[in-house]
Design a protein around this ligand. Sequence first.
Ligand SMILES: Cc1ncc(COP(=O)(O)O)c(C=O)c1O
Length: 472
Amino acid sequence: MSTRAKDATLEMLRRHESRNITFVEPDAGWPIVWKRAKGCRVWDDADRVYLDLTAAFGVAAAGHANPAVVRAGQRQMGELLHAMGDVHPHALKARLARELSRLTFERWTRRAATPVGGRLPGGTRASIETGKVIFGCSGFEAVEAALKTARLATGKAGVIAFRGGYHGVGYGALNATERGHFRDPFRDQLREFGRFVEFPESDPDGQGRLRMEASLDAASAAGDIGAIIVEPMQARGGIRIPPPWFLPCLRQWADGHGALLILDEIYTGFGRTGAWFACEHSEVIPDLICLGKALTGGFPLSACVGRARVMDAWPAAMGEAIHTSTYLGHPVGCAMALAQLSELRRLGLPQRAARLQRVLESELTALQRRFPDRVSRVSVVGLMGGIAWRRPEGGPDTGLSVGLMQEVLRRGIILLPEGEHSEITGITPPLTITESQLRGAFREITRAVAALLQPPVLVKPSKLSRPRRIRS
Ligand SMILES: Cc1ncc(COP(=O)(O)O)c(C=O)c1O
């Protein structure tokens, strides 16, 4: 297809889509129009191929259009395209709910029960718990289901959330998503039940845990905190990885204050960080976990999974659910999720992400060594990495980060900026990426940064072409 086709698409969007959605550069160098995708590659409408280092917002964990997932979706479309969410269920919704329970609370509590003779560190007897699910479509719906569950289970409306956290932009989720960019225009329509606390990224003086406890205490001064919601590692906030004490500290504080711990693993879930779920790095079991994105590999389906005894705060259905939606537990999404989970397992993708962390780490460190005065930090866990760009005089370098994203797109690589100032380049490829693809991408990224930082070449006036006369 020609650039004319791309121009036509962008023009149609300009005319008929809300102008807040698709950013189009004046020269239309950004965006590209996607035509197809497979594995780690994406083709645009001119059949140019790109390496995707974003997994399309972390969704394509088992590769774009994983054949087993596509087959499962196609088969399901031919059989049952739509069922009746909270009324007449279909079998796959039940199977997926059971699978999610097994993968989360059953697996975690079995593990916790095994090593120390069925006793948890606190001395309480461990028992294997099951999980119960509320399905949704988008990630923010899973977050809102978790917030509602916590309200019902604790009777308390207040929620502690973290600066830089991203939980989606629905009206409920916006109470926990801190960035002013998303919430300020609608602030007067929010209930504002979120209290925001600093997200700890490092702990140079070893006093971080004490400071965290003090912040949690201060945020709960009114005594109405029913939940803490947190990403175990912030993704959109700029690939921010907290110290190891962070989740255990939140778990302990929540237990001591009658609050629930909600983990938003919509980004970090399903192998991204080198474990099935990021909370497994610190062996913390939440009360509720929010899942989406990589759950299906490309169909809008999300899930809030909670300990059964917490989820049972919802009253039993009497014919009209108080939290539901038309597409709840969509059959095609459930079929794809079941296939995606078995692909993640069959291909050992969480383990693969853990192995490739070493490669990503070495490439990020090499980049930092190459541009020491322009990189303020690099961070990596599994196949989730970030490079924070800074100006030579200090402060976030949004220009370099955004310029890099545009420059590498011209060179056939898809990247996205993260962080409050979009100053961080996120690296979250499909977990199927190979070592040589990753290394090749970094060679190109390094060349692109070098090209962007080169001082502009001054061209002698004699070498400038004469302005051409435009015929009138
Ligand atoms: C951690 C986290 N939570 C929630 C969301 C919101 O998900 P969705 O955009 O599907 O509503 C996102 C999206 O990026 C996310 O990264």
